[in-house]
Design a protein around this ligand. Sequence first.
Ligand code: SF4
Length: 365
Amino acid sequence: MASALLEKFRDRKLAIRILREIRGLNPDRRVKFMHVCGSHELTITKFGLRSLFPDWLEVISGPGCPICVTSAAEIDETIELAKRGHFITTFGDMFRVPGTRTSLENARTDGADVKIVYGVADAVEMARRNPEREVVHAAVGFETTAPTIAAEILREPPENFSFLVCHRLIPPAMEFLLASGETALDGFICPGHVSTIIGSKPYGPLSKKYGVPQVIAGFEPIDVLLGVWMLLKQLREGRREVEIEYTRSVRPEGNVVAQEKMSEVFEVVDKRWRGFPVIPRSAFQLRREFEKHDARTKFDVQVESMVGFAKGCRCGDVLKGLIYPPECPLFGKTCTPEKPRGGCMVTTEGACNIAFRHERPHRDR
Ligand code: SF4
């Protein structure tokens, strides 16, 4: 089985060598690492990396899918704006994520104007072409996509255009997980895309405060294997620091221009994540100077904040790395990508969706 999986690797010999090195770093106890990135989960599941790891090593998925962590309250806000007759634009995956009672998809069936766009520039263009309508773009994502929103704001979009900002920040969620102790973790594989923007520095305090090694890794299977090997090497050598495996894209200082644009446009606020309580300083909101483009201020939208899980859905536990998707009793039965019960099954970056599409044994049950 393992050798059949290894056939998928472009550099099979290198993969075998790294796996041998990983086994050689056996710390004589169980080790649990977490990644916080949908693309890492896709690589790990699609290439069957978990079955290649030794028994003592576990790599679990955390809150790495921005759509999955968008709260039911934010979906409800978007639906409320649609019901008031505003034109809503968003990215495809947001469309089917359940809010407290319904989704944007259902709101559209009931007559709301909801349009899927492929980039925020398309949403702004829609506002220009429809000056008689208020166009609201539900902006979802981590630090990777926030600079695009900031750049669009700085370009001064038309008066009839606003954002419902739902952007989240990854390092505060990692800190929440470490501080809560709910999931005992020995290290993090830090996300490659987010780190191209923020660099490696924001992770540093976590290594210092909680004594965990961290490695920013790329998305090829070899990158992930190397990331795991680097984490184990830190454990063996007693080091607790942030290292970059993904050196072809990530610099320690990150993308300084993007960071400047983000801090010009956004301030950092506390926010509830789906499956989590309020996480301190974990989200962006528009600064007061840009409030004419802030849908929450412009339309005074207020919804009752609810937990927003379907009965039996264990998305919260999946997002905290407490269970693997197939451990949810609804997985593959009443919850499938065609009929998702939770956000983690809706989007192709969600752990449940990835497990359903790429884990053969579960698909064959
Ligand atoms: S399988 Fe479906 S119901 Fe279960 S945790 Fe995942 S999204 Fe929620």
